[in-house]
Ligand binder design. Structure first.
Ligand code: GLU
Length: 446
């Protein structure tokens, strides 16, 4: 194995990937890029029934949207032979055994153990079967499931986030690596891949910690060198509750459709749960340079999708009109007004979807908001508003005329007019907005 850093992101294509997956992907990606290494996109598709091509495409689309570039793609479904070779090796070593219990029988065993106050660890009954008994079971039930015989000793590793972790082999069931129906399970496939592909660092969720103890044992049995492991905390909702149920609504594809900027997601997910502040970073290189896995903590990490909005807004504010011209033209904004439209709206939107609202306001006018005590004032002001197209001087000239006629000034002058024209208390510079305004509904107040 070379000392080159090799990481991988290994999603199972059984659904759309979400913010939790992104965190894993990003950490592995940033580690590889920081060290000039290789980042593999590994599709864990040994489950033929649940894996779908649609999701493989979706995963690639999401990563591309975020600018997370993989160096190559590996697919477990194309490597089945390798996994069988490894299984044969384990069999020859006496570390692999066939077990015939049905799920119901296993369940019953577990319940009994729990009733007796024992940990529900597989009792290895299959290890005591005689050849005859095994043949008989095979004849009755077909092939069994293949379990890896764990050493009943502690497996210890220095975790990149959790520090020293130790898993007692005696407290874990011998893992099934090949199911009775012949399906190779991820635990075996992953070990074979990580070893053969020379993966040097594996970052994944802390739900995999026990798995890691098992996988290190299998790797060692097969003569491989385990990579460095780091297990990041799991995300919770803002109240600290499990996010798992809500992850379905936090798919990257949905966030994209909501108009969340990739830069917002990357900025948040590459720092959330670390001691570094979350700040908008526009360039991937900044995220790479500033990334340090040791700054992440083991405590569950609160995630609030709302945080993506101000980051998106801040990102959009950095863009020149040319970067969004296509979106703006698509609304029907004439070429000559694209620049001004962006200048007027960029600080008044959360996502690009909000542009539509401003264009509607400009072309159709807003329902005026008029306080009772301002009604006569606004009606008077409207009588002074020039007909025809507005220009750069309209707001200044008009408000000066209104001031002179009514004696109002400052906020008492400007705010009622803003509310009458836009229906809102906040918004763009009125002087800049006026030349774009086509319709002023407040004219009809009189
Ligand atoms: N396919 C596995 C998962 O999505 C990969 C875990 C790993 O990184 O090893 O949980």
């Amino acid at each position: 194995m070379s000392d080159k850093t090799i990481t991988r992101f290994a999603p199972s294509p059984t659904g759309w990937i979400h913010v939790g997956n992104l965190r894993t992907a990003l950490m592995n990606y940033l580690i590889s890029r920081k060290n000039g290494g290789t980042f593999i996109l590994r599709i864990d598709d040994t489950d033929q029934n649940r894996s779908k091509e649609e999701y493989v495409d979706g995963i690639k689309r999401d990563l591309e949207w975020l600018g997370i570039q993989w160096d190559r793609v590996e697919r477990q479904s194309q490597r089945i032979e390798k996994y069988h070779e490894a299984a044969d090796k384990l069999r020859e070593m006496g570390r692999f055994y066939e077990a015939f219990e049905t799920p119901t029988e296993l369940d019953l065993k577990r319940k009994k153990q729990l009733n007796m106050g024992k940990p529900p660890v597989y009792d290895r009954a299959a290890l005591n079967l005689s050849d005859e008994e095994r043949e008989k079971l095979r004849a009755e039930r077909g092939s069994g499931a293949w379990r890896f015989k764990l050493k009943q000793e502690r497996t210890v590793w220095e975790d990149g986030i959790l520090g020293e972790v130790s898993i007692d082999g005696a407290s874990v069931s011998d893992p099934v690596l090949i199911r009775a129906d012949g399906q190779i399970l991820y635990t075996l496939a992953s070990v074979v891949d990580d070893t053969e592909m020379g993966v040097t660092h594996v970052v994944r969720g802390s739900d995999h910690v026990t798995n890691t103890g098992t996988q290190i044992q299998i790797m060692q049995a097969l003569g491989g060198t385990p990579p460095a492991f780091a297990h990041h905390s799991l995300l919770t909702d803002p109240q600290g509750g499990a996010l798992s149920k809500r992850l379905g609504t936090l798919a990257l594809k949905d966030l994209r459709e909501q108009g969340i900027a990739p830069q917002a997601l990357l900025s948040l997910m590459s720092r959330l749960g670390s001691s570094d502040p979350v700040e908008l970073r526009v360039e991937m290189q900044e995220l790479i340079d500033g990334f340090d896995i040791s700054r992440f903590g083991s405590a569950p990490t609160k995630f609030d999708a709302e945080d993506l909005k101000p980051l998106t807004a801040r990102y959009l504010q950095t863009l020149p009109a040319s970067a969004v011209a296509e979106d703006i033209r698509a609304l029907g904004v004439p070429e000559a007004e694209v620049e001004r439209f962006w200048a007027v709206t960029r600080e008044n939107i959360t996502t690009l979807h909000d542009l539509q609202g401003w264009w509607t306001l400009i072309t159709e006018g807003a329902e005026p908001e008029v306080d009772d005590e301002d009604r006569d004032f606004v009606i008077e002001a409207m009588s002074l508003l020039p007909e025809g197209e507005f220009d750069d001087n309209t707001w200044g000239d008009w408000t000066a005329a209104v001031k002179e006629k009514t004696g109002r000034k400052g906020k008492g002058l400007f705010m009622p007019l803003r509310k009458a024209l836009t229906g809102m208390q906040h918004g763009p510079e009125m002087g800049q907005l006026m030349p774009l305004l086509r319709v002023v509904k407040a004219r009809d107040l009189a």
